[in-house]
Design a protein around this ligand. Structure first.
Ligand SMILES: [Zn+2]
Length: 256
């Protein structure tokens, strides 16, 4: 239970991975079980993830290694049971199944400063889509995952990474679907785990939410509890070597 703790309300609770707060690790009460309902919007039925590592620090050996590990994570996780379990959220004409990791690039311009806004991230993404051959055009299943290096704060909706969130997903004009992963450089976003585990956990949270609710609030959503990953935030399991977050199952009535 929350022990009467009043949380600063995140401005965009539908999109974010909240900070880890041990005191609210078990907030699902039996009184009103969460239930996602479908709002008629698109779903990413066979998600095609394209990863973008923004910032020169990703060229550093340790971070280049981390980048490779994240890429391998996508190569494995997108055909893993994590995708299979989302099949319960298929609807008529939209059958959720395996995805694939369709590519990855590093971006060093524009140069990052200590803080980057969601607006600037959108601009970078749109200019990469229109100007860089290696970046795929957005399709109905395309999901761009933008990774930021250490020391760069992300601001979105009046809130900031490591202050209110550890990641989020969103859309541009209902046509370009993307997720943003600040580097987990604070205890609220590592939950005491190694950086790779923190990154795969928060990435899996946003991945599953982007698949089931790519335009936040117009896919599978619960008015009280938010999206599929929000209900189970920071509850994790292992798939192979990877730490992933549990996701809410309507069918099972619990986080799986
Ligand atoms: Zn979420």
């Amino acid at each position: 239970m929350a022990k009467g703790v009043i949380l600063p309300s995140p401005h965009d609770a539908i999109r974010i991975v909240p900070l880890h707060r041990p005191e609210i690790a078990d907030t699902i009460s039996g009184a009103a079980l969460p239930k996602l309902t479908y709002r008629g919007g698109p779903l990413l039925t066979n998600v095609e993830v394209f990863t973008i590592f923004w910032g020169a620090p990703w060229l550093r050996t340790d971070l280049a290694n981390l980048r490779t590990e994240v890429e391998v994570f996508y190569n494995i996780i997108l055909t893993s049971p994590l995708m299979t379990q989302l099949a319960e959220y298929s609807v008529a004409g939209k059958s959720i199944g395996p995805g694939k990791h369709i590519g990855s690039i590093g971006v060093t311009t524009p140069k990052l400063k200590a803080s980057v806004s969601d607006t600037a991230i959108k601009h970078m993404l749109q200019s990469e889509i229109s100007g860089t051959q290696a970046v795929p055009q957005p399709g109905p299943n395309t999901l761009y995952f933008v990774y930021l290096p250490p020391g760069v704060r992300v601001t979105q909706g009046g809130a900031a990474s490591c202050q209110a969130f550890c990641g989020y997903h969103s859309d541009i004009s209902s046509q370009i679907f993307y997720a943003v992963m600040p580097y987990p450089g604070c205890s609220g976003c590592t939950a005491g785990t190694p950086v790779l585990d923190a990154l795969t956990s928060t990435s899996s949270h946003e991945l599953c939410e982007a698949i089931t609710d790519p335009i936040p609030g117009l896919g599978w959503y619960d008015d009280v509890n938010g999206e599929i990953g929000d209900i189970c935030a920071w509850k994790t399991k292992k798939i192979g070597a990877y730490t992933v977050q549990l996701e809410w199952s309507n069918a099972a009535g619990k986080c799986l």
